[in-house]
Design a binder for this molecule. Structure first.
Ligand code: ASP
Length: 303
């Protein structure tokens, strides 16, 4: 099988001046993942490298550049799932680490658990030798200003962020190697001005992500509460199982979310045959796809 990668940079109404930074961020992460995948044929390493690169890029709401919560702090969620053995590692509401995806993978490989949250997750990261990053060093001006603006409002409707010109640049990746091994990963700073301790879909298996070599790998983005309610990743997986082609499975799942909970967001996926699919119901969702040595495309979801 020819190795394949699909990645996304969040589903939302991206303002024009941010189109180019999103496209170049997706392109460089895709290239990094492609190089690793071609050299090692290891889909875990490829997903980790892609997500780390996107977490380090302040354009995206993951790692550095994450939204601030109501307390003016950064709490991040991330997850990785390996489709050969269904192993999962995830962290939620983690603080003071540069790369939550790295800690998620340590949960997968070094513990008997699937998900660590809050102080437990940050403490585990420290124990594993992951560098401590001060909250101030995670904050960027754009998000500090957004926080100030939101904190000055009487009422903040978080769901509306996914419907109007508001941000949501969560990141995700799905990779398949030459042996048909599939890995999916996600990372996010969540939603702007969320309550402290709020956890979205990104670290929840079956909601924000899923990977099974026998079926497909999926990563989701969008309004986390809606994604959780309909178990969006699982919804797409079930549609693949019913025989839908990847694009149809992805769009069917997004339409289902819209019709059941008025949810907005998007999905990327690769099925066991190595075919990619994606769908979203927001104006844009930056997507990049690579097949073997070729970059198939990088665009804002609309080719
Ligand atoms: N799904 C993420 C969350 O609700 C946000 C996003 O995808 O942009 O935490």
């Amino acid at each position: 099988m020819v190795p394949k990668i699909i990645i996304h940079g969040g589903a939302w109404d991206i303002p024009k001046p941010l189109h180019q930074p999103h496209l170049s961020g997706i392109k460089s992460a895709l290239k990094i993942g492609q190089k690793i995948l071609l050299n090692t044929d290891d889909p875990v390493q490829a997903v980790l490298a892609i997500i780390k690169n996107l977490e380090d890029n302040p354009v995206f709401d993951a790692g550095k550049g994450s939204f601030l919560n109501k307390m003016g702090e950064v709490e991040m969620d991330a997850a990785i799932m390996v489709g050969s053995d269904l192993s999962v590692g995830a962290v939620a509401a983690i603080q003071n680490v540069q790369n939550p995806i790295e800690v998620a993978n340590l949960v997968r490989t070094k513990t008997e658990h699937l998900l660590l949250v809050g102080k437990g997750a940050s403490g585990f990261a420290k124990e594993q030798g992951v560098a401590f990053i001060k909250t101030e060093d995670m904050l960027i001006g754009r998000e500090k200003n957004r926080f100030k603006k939101l904190a000055g409002q009487d009422k903040v409707n978080i769901k509306s962020f996914f419907e109007t010109k508001k941000p949501s640049d969560t990141v995700g990746a799905v990779v398949i190697n030459s042996r048909g091994e599939i890995v999916a990963g996600t990372s996010t700073g969540g939603t702007p001005y969320k309550m402290a301790g709020r956890v979205g879909d990104c670290p929840i298996v079956g909601a924000g992500f899923f990977a099974d070599d026998l079926i497909a790998g999926v990563a989701c983005t969008g309004w986390g509460e809606g994604i959780l309610k309909v178990q969006l990743a699982r919804e797409a997986i079930d549609r693949i199982k019913l025989g839908n082609a990847p694009h149809k499975a992805a769009s069917g799942a997004v339409d289902y979310m819209r019709s059941r909970v008025a949810g907005d967001g998007g999905i990327i996926l690769i099925d066991k045959k190595g075919e990619v699919g994606f769908a979203f119901n927001t104006p844009f969702m930056p997507v990049g796809v690579a097949t073997g040595e070729k970059i198939d495309f990088v665009h804002l979801g609309i080719g």
